[in-house]
Structure formats: structure tokens, C-alpha cells
Design a protein around this ligand. Structure first.
Ligand SMILES: [Fe+2]
Ligand SMILES: [Fe+2]
Length: 277
């Protein structure tokens, strides 16, 4: 597979007057096998930035949603208004009733802000998966990631509301996109709720390939404790990673540490950033 990927939604932006940043994540993927959209941001930036970067949302073959959180799904309805009928590849947990605990008994809803029926009426053709599978040749979606490392403990502020009350949410729906290119794997993370090391180990196990040309996206190291951060960065150094561009929930402290470790191989993957596939 060949092509390029352009970040349409991310938390920060430099020197692009007219495009906007928001807490969210979306990537427009152009390939020799068709164009796809990975995530949709929180909904305020996607249409503006697609126009700004001249990325035609009506010409995509499919939408991939990494997980149900609003900062990845909030733009879905407005994207569907541009696409009409389109396949949406996601985990069936897309409509989970998800919350973040903000203290003092306050749980804030952070799930997808649209009902399934409304999205279907706008043209959404859902293709749900829980296992590793190819969307097209050389473009794979991870499915659920086995949680194996002892140090990746997840985000303990996340809950799902059930009949019995709020229960801990490990975000089982968290998925990563994997592109197979001549230069190696290109890996596009959502938020890495499964742990970035768990994700990379699983991808290498499933693809049998160890060379990662580029990895971009949210690492969720921004909320990791010091032990998780240090051990994750230490483990990352043992992978064969040519370029690492962190985004979104990585945060400035973890980004600075990663820059220290990876030097020229590191970049901030912000709004408008383009990578080769
Ligand atoms: Fe998330
Ligand atoms: Fe996120």
C-alpha cells in the first residue's frame, strides 16, 4: 500500500491560519486503494479542517472509529452528511454508555453523542468487529487488544453505566489501524487505552512484521503515573520504530520525554501533519 495520511483533528496546531485545533483526533488517509477517515474529532474542527487541507470527505470508502469516546466520534454526524452511505468500521462497544469520574460523585458522559438510529438514517453502514481483521488488503484493524503488560494499568477515571451502577471501563473497544507498506508497518493509534506496548506486541504477533516505519496517534501516556510512563518508554525503545509522532492524549510531559529518547525519530503529530504511507 502507498499513500499519505493527514491529521485533520488534534489538540494543537502551528502556523496554519484557518485550520483549528480541538481536544480530539482524526486522520484522513489517502491510498492507492481508496481514501479512508480514521476517527472524527469532537465535532468542531473536522469540516473546517477538511476544507482547509482540501480533503474531500465525500470521497471516502470507509470510516474507521478507534473507540466510542466523544473526542473521536463527535464529528461523525457531520461527516456522514458529506459522505452519505458509507461503511463504518468499529467495535460493537461503540454505543457503550461511557463516563469519566470527575470527583465528588460527578460522572460526565463521554460516549458517542449520537444514537445508532440517527447515524443509520444518515447512511452509516456499521461493520462491527472484535477480532483482528483486514478492512481491505494491507489495511487491518486490530480488534480487541489482550492486556498483558503489568505496568499498563489503564485510566482509572473511566466507567460504564450499567443497571447495577457505574463499573470500571477498560475501554475494550479500543482499536488501532495497521497499514502494510513497502517501508514497513504504519500504525495509527486512537487513544491507546489498551496500553501502547500491549498494542505493539499484539500487532507484531498478528502481522509477523517487526519493522515499524511510522507510528502516530494518542498514547494515553499523558495520564500515566511515573512508573507506567518510564516503563512504557523503556519498552518502546526495544521496538524497531523508525518514526514516532505522538498526539492528543500523550500530553506535553510524556512528549518531552519521548523526544529526549527518540531524538530525530520523534515528531509532534499535530493538525495538518502529513506522513508518508
Ligand atoms: Fe479515549
Ligand atoms: Fe481521545
Amino acid at each position: 500500500m502507498k499513500g499519505k495520511a493527514t491529521v485533520l483533528c488534534e489538540n494543537s496546531i502551528y502556523s496554519q491560519v484557518g485550520a483549528i485545533a480541538e481536544h480530539g483526533w482524526a486522520v484522513y488517509i489517502e491510498t492507492d486503494k481508496g481514501n479512508f477517515l480514521f476517527d472524527t474529532g469532537q465535532g468542531k474542527a473536522i469540516i473546517n479542517n477538511a476544507l482547509f487541507f482540501k480533503k474531500d470527505l465525500s470521497k471516502i470508502k470507509g470510516i474507521i472509529i478507534s473507540h466510542n469516546h466523544i473526542d473521536h466520534t463527535g464529528g461523525l454526524l457531520s461527516v456522514l452528511e458529506q459522505t452519505g452511505n458509507v461503511e463504518i468500521h468499529s467495535h460493537p462497544g461503540l454505543f457503550n454508555d461511557s463516563y469519566i469520574f470527575e470527583g465528588k460523585n460527578y460522572y460526565r458522559y463521554i460516549g458517542i453523542p449520537f444514537r445508532e438510529e440517527i447515524l443509520k438514517a444518515k447512511g452509516a453502514k456499521f461493520k462491527f468487529n472484535t477480532n483482528f481483521r483486514a478492512i481491505i488488503s494491507d489495511m487491518m484493524l486490530s480488534g480487541e487488544i489482550p492486556r498483558k503488560t503489568p505496568f499498563e494499568k489503564g485510566d482509572n477515571r473511566l466507567f460504564i453505566k450499567r443497571k447495577e451502577g457505574y463499573v470500571k471501563d477498560v475501554v475494550v473497544d479500543d482499536q488501532t489501524l495497521i497499514l502494510n507498506t513497502d517501508k514497513g508497518l504504519v500504525i495509527i493509534l486512537g487513544c491507546s487505552h489498551s496500553g501502547i506496548i500491549n498494542i505493539l506486541n499484539y500487532i507484531i504477533n498478528k502481522t509477523g512484521q517487526t519493522h515499524i516505519h511510522t507510528i502516530i496517534g494518542g498514547t494515553h501516556l499523558g495520564v500515566a503515573d511515573n512508573e507506567t510512563l518510564d516503563r512504557s518508554i523503556d519498552a518502546l525503545k526495544h521496538f524497531d520504530i523508525e518514526n514516532i509522532g505522538v498526539s492528543h492524549c500523550t500530553g506535553l510531559k510524556a512528549s518531552a520525554k519521548l523526544y529526549q529518547e527518540f531524538g530525530n525519530r520523534f515528531f509532534f503529530c499535530n493538525v495538518g501533519h502529513e506522513i508518508d504511507i
